[in-house]
Every structure is written in C-alpha cells, then in structure tokens.
Design a protein around this ligand. Structure first.
Ligand SMILES: N[C@@H](CCC(=O)N[C@@H](CS)C(=O)NCC(=O)O)C(=O)O
Length: 239
C-alpha cells in the first residue's frame, strides 16, 4: 500500500506567489496556474508582461529569467515541472492516486515537458486568434499523431473525463496549452481527443485564463511567431 501521508507539509499559512507572463501567450505559465486553480490551492498571481528585455525584467523574481516561477514562503521554485513536483509534496492530488495512472501521468507530463518541439514552434499558443496553417508538415504530423495516441491511451485506460481518470491532475495541466493550440490552429484529431479538448476548454478556470488573455496588450514578437506558418483567419480582440 502506498503511504500518501506527507511528512513535510507546507504549512497552512504558506503564501504561494506564482509569477507568470501574458496569459494570451505563455503556455509554460498556464500549467502551474491551471493546476493550482483547479486544485483550489490558494495563490497570488503576479503577471510580468512580455516586453523588449524579458531577461532583465524576469530576473527580478526568477533565476532563469523565465516564467513560471513560484515563491512559497522563503523558497523559490522555477520551471513548471519542478513547481508541480514541489506542490505534490503538500498536495498529493496533483498526481493520480492510482499507481498505474500516476506512472502514466508522470511519463506523459515529462514527455510534454521535453518534447513536441515542432508543435510548439509551428503552433505557438495564442488564446485570441484562429490560424489556418499553410501546411501540416510531416514533422508536425508526427507530433499530432503522438498526441492523439497518447491521449486516447489515457482516456481509454483510465476511463475518465480527464487524461488519467476522473480527476483533473497535473497531466491535464501540462497538456492544456496543447488543447488551446489544437483549437487555435484548427488541428483535427480523433473524436475522443476532440471531445476531451471541448471538455477542457469549458473548465471555468481555463475560461477565466482565456478571457483575461484576450484583454491583454499584444506583444509583437509573439504575434509574429503565431503567423510564421499560416494565415490568421480570426481575432477576437477589439483593441
Ligand atoms: N522549462 C521551463 C520553460 C520556461 C519558459 O521558456 N518560459 C517562457 C515563457 S512561456 C519564458 O519565460 N520566456 C522568456 C523569454 O522568452 O524571454 C518551464 O517549464 O518553466
């Protein structure tokens, strides 16, 4: 039997501050933000908008000059995967309780963390626009095929609405930016995967993230990155 008691809980009084960048673009920020929001882990968000010199701006709170970065009392944790594992020490529900589901979820989240480079490059996250890609290249298709295979595996094997069962866990948070990329770039995957995407997009917390992102000022470099491989067909922003 697994002992899921926590010998070193962060105290009830712990104040978490999560440093993130623009909700419209920052896929790495979305992961811990959505995880904490969905698991009702109280935190203060601190948004540092992308600018001309992110390194110097973000270095004020993050040793890597990148977001996300979490401050918990006097501890600083950078990198979305490290933040996730740090939170899991105090909140075991970050990962599935079932050992097989947990192993799968950890593997899939790690695969996302270190992979899917072509998808990330060709379909840069943007909560506000729709893009018609010029071409689904062979390398992009490999990433899409693997996502389809992986998500179907989780949905079938663990039989829930979420990737690793009936509860939202870190693996859903890690793939939430991919859900938004699929929507923005009109990617077509299998029916079960498209249904999962619809379900995740309806989560109140993700809706709140998207709505906030759509009200942020644009950042030119990110806007350009979204249109390197296709044409914009729709933009919901008024400004
Ligand atoms: N592996 C890191 C990646 C962090 C990362 O690349 N963050 C981007 C924002 S989405 C960033 O801060 N970029 C700064 C820049 O582009 O100057 C993580 O998981 O947190």
């Amino acid at each position: 039997m697994i002992n899921r008691c926590n010998p070193n809980p962060v105290t009830e009084m712990t104040v978490y501050t999560l440093f993130i960048a623009n909700k419209n673009y920052s896929s790495w920020s979305l992961r811990p933000w959505l995880l904490m929001a969905m698991l009702n882990i109280p935190f203060e968000e601190n948004i540092a908008l992308f600018g001309d010199d992110n390194w110097n701006a973000f270095r004020r709170f993050s040793p890597t000059g990148k977001v996300p970065c979490l401050q918990a009392d006097h501890v600083t944790i950078w990198d979305s995967l490290a933040i996730t594992e740090f939170l899991a020490e105090s909140y075991p529900q970050v990962w599935p309780s079932n050992i097989r589901a947990r192993a799968w979820a950890r593997s899939a989240a790690a695969e996302m963390h270190s992979g899917f480079g072509v998808l990330r490059k060709m379909c840069s996250m943007n909560c506000s626009i729709q893009v018609q890609l010029n071409e689904i290249t062979a390398d992009l298709q490999k990433d899409i095929t693997r996502i389809d295979e992986l998500w179907n595996e989780g949905l079938q094997e663990f039989g829930g609405n979420f990737l690793a069962g009936n509860e939202f866990t870190a693996v859903d948070a890690f793939f939430a930016p991919v859900v938004l990329r699929i929507a923005a770039y009109g990617l077509k995957l299998s029916d079960a995967v498209m249904a999962y995407c619809d379900f995740i997009q309806q989560l109140t917390a993700l809706q709140a993230w998207i709505n906030a992102g759509q009200r942020e000022p644009r950042h030119e470099a990110h806007e350009e990155a979204c249109l390197l491989y296709g044409q914009m067909t729709h933009d919901v922003r008024k400004m």
